[in-house]
Design a protein around this ligand. Structure first.
Ligand code: SAH
Length: 251
């Protein structure tokens, strides 16, 4: 059987207990390169076969999974954060189905959640943003029509941009075509939850320059939106005047 497991954002104690158990038990682990903290591999059992998928094609990954399954072994496919975001798991799951190999998926803490925690922020502030747009810049991997940064930025909502720290000049330009302006707050979160983590804030108009100044060009998320200004309405849910199914209004 193949277990897809979310490794979490980096800190080895941010993997789930289920993920850690599967990692401890598997005879084979295929991990997603440098984004997975090597400390997690210390959990694997002695003699486990360990592969770094950064050096492998999809066909090679599948060949290892097939061979291990034939031996009656379990493989953990360890992806960073949560496998459902930019994990290229669909193609693996579909190929495993065709091969008749059973699989399951254990979620993990995505880096977009770790980045909010590191920055001490809430993405969904009442009266400011109730929407989080998770996306990436088109680079060597294109994005489908209608999902370009400028179109998504037209909402003025909270944006979390993956896989784009090496494209900050273009990203800044595209974001400024939307509802944000040069003073809209932005942040770069580098390696959230790793010892070398950095959280750097700047106005959107200085995003690319800030990336250069800080030497950040990979393994970072770009956060943009008025939520970073921390000016908001208080929540209705916890307002004394607001009745809910669990609490009477007290004034
Ligand atoms: N599935 C992963 C994302 C994989 S794509 C998740 O849920 O987080 C790889 C990109 O994720 C990186 O280029 C970077 O933009 C982001 N990323 C992954 N780990 C990160 C971390 N600890 N801190 C900041 N960004 C991270």
């Amino acid at each position: 059987m193949v277990h897809f497991v979310g490794a979490g954002p980096g800190a080895p104690d941010l993997i789930t207990r289920r993920g850690a158990r599967l990692l401890e038990e598997a005879q084979c682990v295929i991990y997603a390169g440098s984004l997975v903290n090597p400390a997690l591999l210390a959990l694997t059992r002695e003699g486990a076969a360990i592969y770094n998928s950064a050096h492998m094609t999809l066909e090679q990954v599948l060949a290892v999974m097939e061979e291990q399954d034939r031996l009656g072994h379990d493989t953990v496919r360890l992806h960073t954060g949560d496998p459902c975001l930019y994990g290229a798991i669909r193609e693996q799951m579909d190929a495993l189905d065709k091969l008749g190999i059973a699989w399951d998926d254990t979620p993990g803490v995505s880096s977009f959640c770790a980045a909010a925690a590191s920055a001490g922020e809430e993405y969904t502030l009442p009266g400011v943003s109730q929407t989080v747009i998770i996306t990436r810049m088109a680079g060597r991997t294109p994005v489908p029509a209608g999902q370009d940064i400028a179109s998504l930025a037209a909402h003025g909502a909270t944006m979390v941009i993956f896989l784009s720290a090496g494209l900050l000049d273009g990203l800044q330009e595209e974001l400024l075509k939307g509802a944000y302006d040069a003073e809209t707050p932005a942040a770069l979160v580098y390696k959230a939850s790793w010892p070398e983590e950095k959280v750097v804030r700047c106005p959107l108009g200085r995003l690319a320059q800030t990336g250069r100044d800080q030497g950040i060009d990979r393994t970072a998320l770009v956060l943009v939106g008025p939520f970073l200004a921390r000016s908001y309405d208080r929540s209705l849910l916890y307002d004394p005047g607001f009745a809910t199914g669990y609490r009477e209004a007290s004034r």
